[in-house]
Design a protein around this ligand. Structure first.
Ligand SMILES: [Zn+2]
Length: 183
């Protein structure tokens, strides 16, 4: 059973990730994204090709860590292969609709932003600054997920940043089973 206190069974973690986990213990920022949830974001990114797309993330927080439960797409009619702008009013409408639909899951709320980079590249400095700026207005951690095509094979890879109090840092992505059954 998945829990935030013990996000990943040790036996399923590669040596690389164990080292990574240890390296983060001083400033532990983790983003838990169940595999099925990530697949939803990847599908939206794939469908938008060759343009960027993105939106907001629904989830919950424990300490400095964030668990993502939904990728909500907020389409940008002016998106290009190298730019995406998330419209605030559209995002608020989509968030309100989704929260209304999830009335029985009051612990879920806005936890951050996501967008795709169809041309394989990491989160830009501007992406990092933007998520840091958003975090200035709240005492809660804000996550940024950037999805980009795998460099050598089919599929997408995800990169996470978590911003708190106006500064952003790379976060470890932990995949696992969903916190709760969302059916
Ligand atoms: Zn970007």
């Amino acid at each position: 059973m998945y829990s935030l206190r013990n996000p990943t069974p040790r036996t399923n973690v590669s040596a690389f990730w164990r080292r990574f986990l240890r390296s983060l213990q001083g400033d532990k920022r983790e983003c838990c994204i169940p595999v099925g949830v990530l697949a939803g974001g990847n599908a939206a990114a794939e469908a938008a090709l060759p343009l960027e797309t993105g939106g907001i993330l629904l989830g919950c927080r424990v300490g400095g860590s964030v668990s993502v439960a939904r990728f909500l797409e907020v389409r940008d009619p002016w998106a290009s292969p190298s730019s995406y702008r998330r419209d605030h009013a559209s995002a608020e409408g989509i968030l309100a609709t989704e929260l209304g639909r999830l009335g029985s899951e009051p612990s879920l709320g806005y936890v951050g932003e996501w967008h795709s980079h169809p041309l394989p590249c990491a989160a830009s400095r501007q992406d990092q600054r933007e998520i840091a700026r958003i975090s200035e207005g709240t005492s809660s951690p804000i996550v940024l997920i950037v999805l980009t095509p795998h460099a050598t094979k089919d599929g997408w890879v995800a990169e996470a940043w978590i911003a708190m109090g106006g500064t952003s840092s790379p976060a470890l992505i932990i995949g696992g089973e969903a916190i709760r059954d969302s059916s």
